[in-house]
Ligand binder design. Structure first.
Ligand SMILES: C[S@@+](CC[C@H](N)C(=O)[O-])C[C@H]1O[C@@H](n2cnc3c(N)ncnc32)[C@H](O)[C@@H]1O
Length: 257
């Protein structure tokens, strides 16, 4: 079996470009769970409601997994994305012509106009590897919002309570030919997600590096950016966030002037 290693990363060698042309064509297939109607349906419904009739801007729009169905739902959607290869995949899909995308860094790039909603889903805030970049991202979201507009992120809760003292590795998935292990670096608040996909035709592997944070740290970033927490749910079905929640959908609102 040939395992194509898309990128090798260690905690000491953080690199970007993991969503380049070697990965982008496989993104939808390897993320197929996230395209399931049971996942995407409530995501789109909730975002459409939060847009409240205004325009929406997706940070890190990727291959348009959320942006295209949200625009089909009647919301005017634009995107920011770092990877041209991911946008090329998006542009091969029907409906992409309704979603204009600016290539650039979501922490710094500006899109013209004001938005009722900025959203950043599927753990992607954690692709920004420093606190400064994450704060800049919150500030950039806030600068795109009209007064009363909302910024939404969807991100996992760090699984540190499950990490035994002295250990660094936690398996997070063994299903449907996918094997996932998170490698924690608690000193630097980083983790590497090691993925392998195996099927009869061979295999692929990918390592992605993330900066994790507790919900409280995101709330402080939001406050720095002039945003206040209005909702924190455990998922897109808006289940209550509890001590056992493994991820959260958090909604902050820009103070109305
Ligand atoms: C996990 S994918 C999510 C894509 C899409 N939002 C979705 O839910 O399917 C992460 C995406 O974030 C993009 N990305 C990572 N860092 C970024 C940055 N600083 N600015 C803009 N996009 C970024 C990657 O290129 C990739 O397309």
């Amino acid at each position: 079996m040939v395992v194509a290693r898309s990128q090798s990363a260690t905690l000491a060698s953080v690199t970007d470009g993991i969503f380049d042309s070697s990965v982008a064509p496989y993104y939808d297939e390897t993320s197929r769970d996230m395209f399931e109607p049971g996942v995407l349906g409530p995501t789109v419904e909730t975002l459409a409601e939060l847009a409240n009739g205004g325009r929406a801007l997706e940070f890190a729009v990727g291959t348009g997994r959320v942006a295209i169905p949200l625009s089909e739902h009647g919301v005017s959607v634009a995107g920011i994305e770092l990877s041209q290869a991911m946008v090329d995949e998006m542009n091969s899909k029907p409906g992409s012509e309704r979603v204009p995308v600016v290539i650039g860094d979501m922490a710094t790039v500006r899109v013209d106009g004001e938005f009722g909603l900025v959203y950043l889903v599927y753990n992607t805030i954690s692709n920004l590897l420093t606190q400064d970049e994450q704060v800049a991202c919150f500030c950039n979201a806030s600068e795109h919002l009209a007064p009363g507009g909302r910024f939404v992120i969807e991100v996992g809760v760090p699984r540190l309570r499950q990490l035994p003292v002295g250990e660094t590795m936690l398996a997070f998935d063994v299903a449907d030919g996918h094997f996932g292990v998170d490698e924690y670096d608690v000193v630097n608040q980083r983790l590497i997600s090691h993925h392998a996909w195996v099927d009869a035709g061979g295999g692929r592997a990918l390592d992605s590096t993330h900066r994790y944070a507790w919900p409280a740290e995101y709330d402080l970033m939001a406050r720095i950016a002039g945003l206040s927490l209005v909702n924190r749910w455990a998922d897109w079905h808006r289940a209550p966030f509890t001590a056992e929640s493994t991820s959260h959908v958090s909604v902050w609102q820009k103070t109305a002037n």
